[in-house]
Design a protein around this ligand. Structure first.
Ligand SMILES: [Zn+2]
Length: 210
């Protein structure tokens, strides 16, 4: 009797183990969760709420690893407008001051909303080392994120969320929008430099185009 029961028991155990194995494989192969909270995909644009990326973990703080090319909006998924475009007005000449000015448009009327803009979190658009320069003129509280190829610069910050020399990752909150330095109202001045050459941030997914 025991000789007959044991193979049956063994079969049951083996089938159980196989089922558990299949379940583990199933869940391991599920796609990573869609992360929202910043405008991190290359096609994400400022001015629309398309800023989601796929990642392996929460990008706020850690988990995505090194993303060396700037991508997406530094204001995340909030509705934003460009209040000064690249290479015009105070942004000329582009080689020196080239950047875009961004502000929050909380009601979607295409106009900057100063109250909603002030204090909005700013997200790193790539990994790098933080360079913190408070109280400069005309950039006010100035911040740059630098890696081997790219530098992104952020001006007029209300305050910082990182320290000078800190290694930051894409999606990490690095500061908050303000109106320090030469600014008529709260906005984020955002620059992208590639190997020392000023480039248009719109080429890196920061755009108000719809
Ligand atoms: Zn500006």
């Amino acid at each position: 009797m025991i000789g007959e029961a044991s193979p049956s028991l063994l079969r049951t155990v083996l089938i159980g183990v196989a089922l558990i194995g299949l379940l583990v494989l199933f869940f391991q192969n599920q796609p990573a969760p869609v992360i929202s909270g910043w405008g991190g995909s290359g096609s994400a644009t400022i001015g629309e709420r398309a800023g989601t990326i796929r990642g392996e973990a929460n990008p706020i703080g850690a988990g995505l690893g090194l993303v060396t090319v700037p991508q997406g909006s530094p204001l995340g998924t909030v509705q934003a407008v460009m209040t000064q475009s690249y290479g015009v007005g105070s942004h000329a000449p582009a080689e020196v001051w080239g950047g875009v000015d961004l502000a929050v448009d909380s009601d979607g009327d295409g106009q900057a909303d100063p109250a909603a803009t002030m204090g909005t979190p700013i997200y790193a658009t790539h990994s790098g080392v933080a360079s913190v320069r408070p109280d400069t003129w005309p950039a006010g509280n100035y911040l740059a994120i630098v890696n081997d190829e790219y530098k992104t610069a952020f001006a007029h910050l209300e305050r910082y969320a990182v320290e000078d020399g800190e290694q930051v990752q894409v999606g990490q909150v690095i500061g908050y929008v303000g109106a320090t330095g030469q600014a008529s109202g709260p906005h984020l001045h955002y620059e992208v430099w590639q190997r020392g050459v000023n480039t248009n941030p719109l080429d890196f997914g920061a755009s108000t185009r719809r």
